[in-house]
Design a protein around this ligand. Structure first.
Ligand SMILES: Cc1cc2nc3c(=O)[nH]c(=O)nc-3n(C[C@H](O)[C@H](O)[C@H](O)COP(=O)(O)OP(=O)(O)OC[C@H]3O[C@@H](n4cnc5c(N)ncnc54)[C@H](O)[C@@H]3O)c2cc1C
Length: 432
């Protein structure tokens, strides 16, 4: 049986590493496999996560759940272990990220690559697939350099359409449509967002960038609040950090329902209220606005008594980054005051900004910097237990090409593993 895999990224490599009994060919448009895999987790490769209790962090979670249940995070860790990779868990803000013990994506790359070579998989580099025809139970695959290939089974592992320099430019989605399958809108996800702040020109404020913890929320068109907690990074143009990247994927799906710029609200008060730590953050954030406001105003009053002689820019120093303090005092026109000059009304205004700081998202679509695509091949047209297309026998899809995506934290590479394992298991069982 001749098997073709289109795309030698994370999912294609995992699949090929598991197929050791067939005549398998990877058609890869680059001159190297796994270019994006090598970039993951800042080169450390955060390949999965220990939190699998609540799979709502996966879009299309109903479909994804059946796949994840069969091949979960432990299964991925064990599989990599069988290829010689030792894993470690790194906990940050109560989230358990899993990495290779040596912090190197290259070790995962070579674990898979060496197994692929050991499996005697044929790798056709520089093979950009431009057309596919199915005739008489065979798939005829054509590449840009006028070569053609014939397969009994074909697997789409060509990824999404972001970070095009790694090869995944979305060009295959039009081929998928020509074959009669549905492709849901493909948009950038897990991406920094361009922003502005009303009534202030951040270019006039002296900062290059800063990081701050916050609880971040947006409202969808039905007024449901979508929120995230964690470290935010501001530059003059972009806002990013894991909570923003996660919200960007949600925004991509609902953005067409917004007519105007989208507001994001930050609650920075966790940086002031000492009793807040990661373990009780949810109980803190569930407090009403008034309860939080009372806590913050009390802290501000104490501080006004403590350091009345300080310049206004230093009022919140130690609690919030200097650059954010500058933005807050500029927004409230407090620049020429001293701490002792702050009135109770000033403190109320400062508290309001700390608990409910608003920015406007002016541009969301950044394909170049997006870590994943949301959207992709519609999973309704595939069997959950095999990932074979219902309409086209012998055709399968795995990884980011499918309309399934996860938040930051290793869930997307886990999806590559889980989906590739479903397909490899199905193929290996076909011949008994
Ligand atoms: C900077 C960055 C950091 C990331 N960090 C993480 C992380 O730490 N943890 C995590 O879980 N996820 C992370 N991700 C997301 C993760 O890398 C992807 O979800 C994953 O690589 C998707 O794998 P894939 O095999 O589906 O697609 P890809 O890895 O994109 O592979 C697709 C392959 O198909 C090839 N291809 C495309 N079109 C054609 C064609 N027409 N003909 C032939 N070949 C073709 C491409 O060249 C490519 O090699 C990160 C992404 C980026 C960009």
């Amino acid at each position: 049986m001749d098997i073709g895999i289109i795309g030698g990224g994370a999912s294609g490599m995992i699949l090929a590493s598991k197929l050791n009994k067939h005549n398998v060919t990877i058609l890869e448009k680059n001159n190297k496999l796994g270019k994006k895999l090598l970039l993951t987790g800042n080169g450390k490769c955060n390949f999965t996560n220990m939190d699998f209790n609540n799979l709502d962090y996966i879009y299309n979670c109903k479909f994804a759940k059946t796949i994840f249940k069969r091949y979960d995070n432990y299964s991925f860790i064990e599989y990599l272990n069988s290829l010689g990779i030792v894993s470690k868990v790194e906990t940050h803000k109560n989230i358990d990220y899993v990495y290779p013990n040596n912090n190197k994506s290259t070790s995962i790359y070579y674990a898979l690559y060496d197994k692929i070579i050991n499996n005697k998989i044929n790798i056709e580099y520089n093979s950009n697939v431009i057309n596919i025809i199915k005739k008489n139970n065979k798939f005829f695959v054509y590449t840009i350099d006028n070569k053609n290939y014939e397969f009994d089974i074909l697997i789409f592992a060509f990824g999404g359409s972001t970070y095009a320099k790694t090869g995944s430019d979305g060009s295959c989605f039009s081929i998928v449509k020509k074959l009669g399958l549905t492709v849901n809108d493909v948009l950038p996800g897990l991406t920094p967002l361009k922003y502005k702040i009303d009534n202030i020109d951040v270019n006039k404020i002296n900062f290059t960038g800063f990081r701050v913890d916050a609880y971040v929320s947006i409202k969808d068109k039905d007024n449901n609040v979508l929120s995230e907690y964690g470290e935010i990074q501001f530059t003059k143009e972009n806002v990013s950090g894991i909570p923003i990247l996660n919200l960007s994927s949600k925004l991509a799906r609902i953005q067409s329902s917004y007519k105007n710029d989208i507001d994001i609200i930050f609650d920075f008060s966790c940086n002031l209220v000492n009793s807040v730590n990661v373990s009780n953050k949810s109980s803190y954030f569930n407090l009403s606005y008034e309860e939080k406001n009372n806590k913050v105003i009390n802290i501000l009053k104490l501080r006004r008594n403590l350091i009345p002689y300080k310049k206004i820019d230093d009022f919140l120093c130690g609690y919030l980054p200097d650059e954010l303090n500058l933005i807050i005092t500029s927004l409230l026109n407090l620049k020429n005051k001293k701490v002792s000059d702050l009135t109770d009304d000033d403190l109320i205004n400062i508290s309001n900004l700390i608990i409910s700081f608003k920015i406007k998202i002016i541009k969301q679509n950044n394909y170049e910097n997006a870590q994943i695509s949301v959207g992709g091949i519609d999973t309704n047209e595939f069997y959950e237990n095999s990932l074979e297309a219902k309409k086209i026998k012998g055709l399968y899809a795995i990884g980011e090409a499918l309309d399934i995506d996860g938040i930051c934290g290793g869930y997307n590479l886990q999806m590559c593993y889980s989906s590739a394992s479903v397909v490899s298991n199905h193929i290996l069982n076909m011949e008994g």
